[in-house]
Write a protein that binds this ligand. Structure first.
Ligand SMILES: NC(=O)c1ccc[n+]([C@@H]2O[C@H](COP(=O)([O-])OP(=O)(O)OC[C@H]3O[C@@H](n4cnc5c(N)ncnc54)[C@H](O)[C@@H]3O)[C@@H](O)[C@H]2O)c1
Length: 256
């Protein structure tokens, strides 16, 4: 097992990439603290992990709220005595951030708050303990949209999602440089379009799905498990010399 004796916090563990990562990490021997803003899905996940013989606990909270973020991180040490790995997977798109009555400015604030500030807050509190321990791996879910823009046909000039993910790419690099001397590695993953709740509004329309598949040279969207496998590499000691990287996992999208 590749994560034996490690403690991993996974935010956004209630769905999609976070859920797949929490399940995989538990199978690889990690003690998992599964966190989400929604209680029911993480409670179900923890039951499923325990049924398979894995170790998991849950804590709920909003990563964009400073008090919640500190509580989430502190809970890992309280329950498991340490924290080795953080997966910042909690995130929203502009499509699902708020209800249909929200203004563009409210959507902008919420997306930046969750995707960028939430990653910053969780990392900030986690890094404190990791620096003391001289060990840690922080993995941020950025996106190919942190590197390239939306395709022209989507017509999204002011969508806050790409800027939020570009911010995560830069936060990752800056943290990696500063924390390298303390034994803490910081990397991000930039997935292409992946099947999950986040993309449901796009994939439920057959024409949009076809156009999205066409943008990926592999002619398909990714599965959450394919992102979790990369997170496993970055979390494990196999990536001991990897820090500050933005690992593209996109079926060839950005190679075009
Ligand atoms: N699905 C994709 O195509 C894709 C592509 C690139 C990057 N990503 C990124 O990967 C991450 C995971 O995405 P996903 O596809 O699994 O999405 P998802 O919607 O399936 O899961 C996101 C989870 O985050 C939780 N969450 C939302 N706001 C939160 C908050 N304020 N505090 C705590 N939890 C919160 C949700 O409840 C949900 O369980 C996100 O950061 C997303 O931007 C996704």
């Amino acid at each position: 097992m590749r994560l034996q004796h490690k403690v991993a916090l996974v935010t956004g563990a209630g769905s999609g990439i976070g859920r797949a990562t929490a399940e995989l990490f538990a199978k690889e021997g990690a003690s998992v603290l599964a966190s989400d803003i929604n209680e029911t899905p993480v409670a179900e996940l923890v039951d499923a992990i325990r049924d398979e013989g894995g170790k998991a606990e849950t804590v709920t909270g909003d990563v964009s709220n400073s008090t919640d973020a500190k509580t989430i991180v502190d809970t890992a040490s309280e329950l498991f005595g340490r924290l080795d790995i953080v997966i910042n997977s909690a995130g929203v798109s502009a499509r699902n951030a708020l209800g249909s009555s929200a203004t563009p400015e409210e959507i902008w604030d919420r997306v930046i708050e969750i995707n960028l500030k939430g990653t910053y807050l969780i990392s900030w509190y986690a890094a404190e303990g990791m620096v003391k321990d001289g060990n840690g791996s922080i993995i941020n879910l950025a996106s190919i949209m942190g590197i390239v823009g939306y395709p022209q046909w989507m017509n999204q000039p002011f969508n806050p999602y790409p800027p939020s993910k570009g911010g995560v790419v830069q936060l990752t690099k800056n943290m990696a440089i500063a924390l390298a001397k303390d034994g803490v590695r910081v990397n991000c993953i930039c997935p292409g379009f992946v099947w999950s709740n986040l993309t449901e509004l796009l994939t439920s329309d057959p024409e949009t799905l076809r156009k999205l598949e066409e943008l990926h040279p592999m002619k398909r969207l990714g599965q959450p498990e394919e992102i979790a496998n990369v997170a496993l590499y970055l979390a494990s000691d196999e990536s001991s010399y990897v820090t500050g990287s933005s690992l593209v996992v996109d079926g060839g999208y950005t190679a075009r």
